[in-house]
Ligand binder design. Structure first.
Ligand code: ADP
Ligand code: MG
Length: 232
């Protein structure tokens, strides 16, 4: 289980010119480890996640997931890869107002012959893992901001991804709840052996992560040497 970005360059159209959002970015994230990518607004963090998630194809460079390059895959193959291997937590939870917490997870399940009962029990197990065992049948309006973010994270784990990509998970939370969410992400990463990337502009409460990389103007700077926590 791993995620590798090799020499990624991504530009966007910008009037007559092009704006370089990612400039020869390289990053290797082994399974079971959590890398935080920190940088100011506009530095390229969301672009990096979108490339890692195979939602945007960069001009140059390679995204490799579990040892397989995604270069040259068709749109359909990429969609299938995302569904099977990649959990994405966007900045906005985008929970459906009409569904309970458990149902938000259940609608993610692959239609591959799994019986509804199995899907339901997996949803409940994941809600339990994020500390929401008692909230499974609540709708989003009856959950706090922190609880909604936990549902968002649990939902991304529904298909047992090998890569977990999380965008600014603490931006709407106070300090204490932000720290708890980062701690939760670290614990889930170690327990479920996901290769996890968490991007944030917020340097605080990053004590639980295994490694912090910095991005400025699309250039990624990795720390040396990488530090790894000693497992769960
Ligand atoms: P961050 O998530 O760190 O705030 P982004 O990856 O969203 O940074 O953006 C990086 C740079 O790319 C910024 O200058 C932003 O304005 C620009 N950008 C992002 N998305 C687009 C887009 N779809 N079209 C044009 N420029 C974009
Ligand atoms: Mg962003």
């Amino acid at each position: 289980m791993s995620l590798t970005l090799t020499d990624i360059t991504l530009t966007y159209p910008d009037g007559e010119n092009r704006l370089t959002a990612l400039d020869q970015v390289g990053l290797e994230v082994p399974g079971g480890s959590l890398t935080a990518v920190v940088g100011p607004s506009g530095s390229g963090k969301s672009s990096l996640l979108a490339v890692a998630a195979t939602l945007i194809t960069p001009e140059a460079g390679t995204v490799t997931i579990d040892g397989t390059s995604t270069t040259g895959l068709t749109r359909g193959e990429l969609a299938e890869l995302r569904r099977r291997k990649i959990g994405i937590v966007f900045q906005q939870p985008n929970l459906l107002p009409s569904l309970t917490a458990a149902e938000q997870l259940q609608v993610m399940a692959r239609i591959d012959g799994r019986r509804p009962r199995t899907v339901r029990s997996r949803a409940l197990e994941l809600l339990d893992a994020v500390g929401l065992a008692g909230q499974a049948d609540r709708h989003p309006h009856r959950l706090s901001g922190g609880q909604r973010q936990r549902v968002n994270i649990a939902r991304a784990l529904m298909n047992d991804p090998t890569v977990l990509l999380i965008d600014e998970p603490t931006s709407a939370l106070d300090h204490e709840r932000g720290a708890a969410v980062i701690g939760l992400i670290a614990r889930l990463t170690h327990q479920r052996a996901t290769a996890t990337v968490l991007v944030t502009h917020d340097h605080t409460h990053l004590t639980a992560v295994d490694r912090i990389a910095e991005v400025h103007d699309g250039r990624l700077r990795l720390p040396a040497p990488a530090r790894r926590n000693s497992g769960p």
